[in-house]
Design a protein around this ligand. Structure first.
Ligand code: GLU
Length: 474
């Protein structure tokens, strides 16, 4: 059996868009699932769109996700170079072959002439087709003019592993440019040459290329290259699912998520879940599980929603699964000012009690600073709490004093603290949201905080009582 070889072929235009990265991930999974190879190729032939540094940026994004490629521009491989701008001789060789067989010609027209053809077509209510203006005696191709493919229009039917059986009529086929006047090949030509040269078996890419498939199929034939397997990824839609996820508006760059403290595991899991599931209710998948279970026939045809809330939830799930030492390592860069100064031991204790609530590492300061440093009382939090405004300030302070008195006589373990808190409920006749909500504020002045016994145990008796005392001063 032929070894599966897939590729990710980004253009270095400046952005690690989730849609492209999903294509990279799915291509990687298809290769690994069968023990095949995954190749990274940089498609840098559009000099107008190129952004300096974007190549390294995209490679970093891929690496940060743990997507390991077997061949690529920075590591080489048997089909090097893997950067299209360094392969111009290869495209020239294949272009010459087309010229020799009469399947390519130099474009003799000026942009103004082409424009007038278009205007004429619109006036006659025709779709503009370049091939209707094919020159009878084209000039020899000397590299100063674009080289066009001389197409052989016909109807095509083809299979797409995701989209199913597709077909298109000959009107979808035209004479397209294969080498531009600057000497660089177009994507339409270069990817076909490279996929063949690099022995790619599966072409997995975004939906924007489907409409060009008839042109590609026509070119495969002219070049006498056999078709690879095609798989088209559905669009990624915005959160409400009503439009394609834009580059600027809603989708963040994958690297931005890493900066905010999203975990590699969660990012991979989330990206894989956009358009793929294993047919069960399972939502959390490790990379190894994805490699074992991934298949193109379970990629959906319709658009997949980019739901950031789901990503945040997944990240929380993955944070929960980390052991404390691992979480500690990954949290290193995210502590707030006083957290940074705390000892390793203190930091680990803090992490242990907030781990369940921590969704994104960037939230670490907000969830932990009050544990390291005494917060400023902020009674507006109490006053805007529906449960707590049922009591007036004197009643609130009285409750805190009663609490302090009880805690002074409590042994300082989580269990004993819990018992005392329960007894306080009985003693004061208050409901848990009122009494415990009030104590929480008095100790943390934070909107979210861990359970009271854990918080108190961590703060220690002295600090707990000191904070209650400050609060009772009103
Ligand atoms: N260079 C193309 C892009 O970035 C790649 C498309 C493909 O995978 O063939 O959109």
């Amino acid at each position: 059996m032929v070894k599966v070889r897939t590729r990710f072929a980004p253009s270095p235009t400046g952005f690690a868009h989730v849609g492209n990265i999903r294509t990279a991930l799915f291509s990687f999974l298809v290769a690994r699932h069968t023990g095949g190879e995954f190749i990274l190729r940089l498609e840098d032939t559009d000099k107008n769109r190129e952004v300096v540094g974007a190549d390294d940026y995209i490679l970093d994004a891929v690496k940060n996700l743990g997507i390991v490629y077997d061949e690529g521009p920075d590591i080489g491989g048997p089909f090097a170079p893997y950067r299209q701008s360094e392969r111009l001789d290869v495209y020239k060789k294949w272009a010459d072959k087309l010229v020799a067989t009469g399947r390519a010609y130099a474009d003799p027209y000026t942009p103004e002439q082409v424009k007038s053809f278009r205007v004429e077509a619109t006036r006659n209510k025709h779709a503009f087709l370049y091939r209707n203006h094919r020159p009878d005696n084209p000039p020899a191709w000397d590299g100063t003019r674009p080289l066009r493919f001389k197409s052989d229009p016909k109807n095509y039917a083809w299979h797409d592993e995701v989209m199913g059986d597709l077909h298109a009529g000959e009107e979808a086929i035209d004479d397209f440019i294969i080498i531009k006047s600057d000497g660089y090949p177009t994507y339409n030509f270069a990817h076909i040459v490279d996929d063949a040269e690099m022995e790619i078996t599966h072409v997995i890419r975004g939906q924007e290329f489907v409409s060009s498939m008839p042109n590609y199929l026509n070119l495969y034939e002219a070049l006498e290259i056999s078709r690879p397997i095609f798989a088209t990824m559905p669009h990624i839609l915005n959160e409400t699912g009503n439009k394609k996820l834009g580059k600027r508006d809603d989708a963040k760059d994958v690297m931005e998520y890493f900066k905010e403290g999203f975990l590699q595991e969660a990012m991979v899991n989330f990206i894989a879940s956009m358009g793929w599931n294993d047919g069960t209710e399972q939502e959390i998948f490790s990379v190894d599980e994805l490699v074992a279970k991934f298949s193109l026939d379970r990629v959906g045809r319709s658009g997949a929603r980019f739901d950031e809330k789901r990503l945040i939830w997944m990240n929380g799930q993955w944070i929960k699964r980390l052991n404390l030492d691992d979480l500690y390592e990954r949290a290193q860069d995210f502590w707030g000012t006083s957290g940074r100064e705390a000892s390793d031991d203190e930091k680990k204790k803090v992490l242990a009690i907030i781990q369940d609530r921590l969704k994104v590492l960037a939230d670490l300061p907000a969830l932990s600073e009050y544990l390291f440093e005494r917060p400023q009382p902020n009674w507006t939090m109490v006053d805007s709490n529906k449960q707590l405004v049922k009591l007036n300030r004197d009643e609130q302070i009285k409750l805190l004093e009663t609490t302090a008195a009880k805690l002074e006589m409590t042994d300082w373990t989580e269990e004993k603290i819990q018992i005392s808190l329960n007894e306080l409920l009985e003693q004061t006749g208050q409901k848990p949201p009122v009494l415990f909500g009030l104590i929480r504020f008095a100790l943390t002045w934070a909107i979210f905080s861990p359970g009271l016994p854990e918080t108190m145990a961590l703060l220690g008796r002295e600090e707990t009582l000191a904070r209650l005392k400050i609060a009772t001063a009103g």
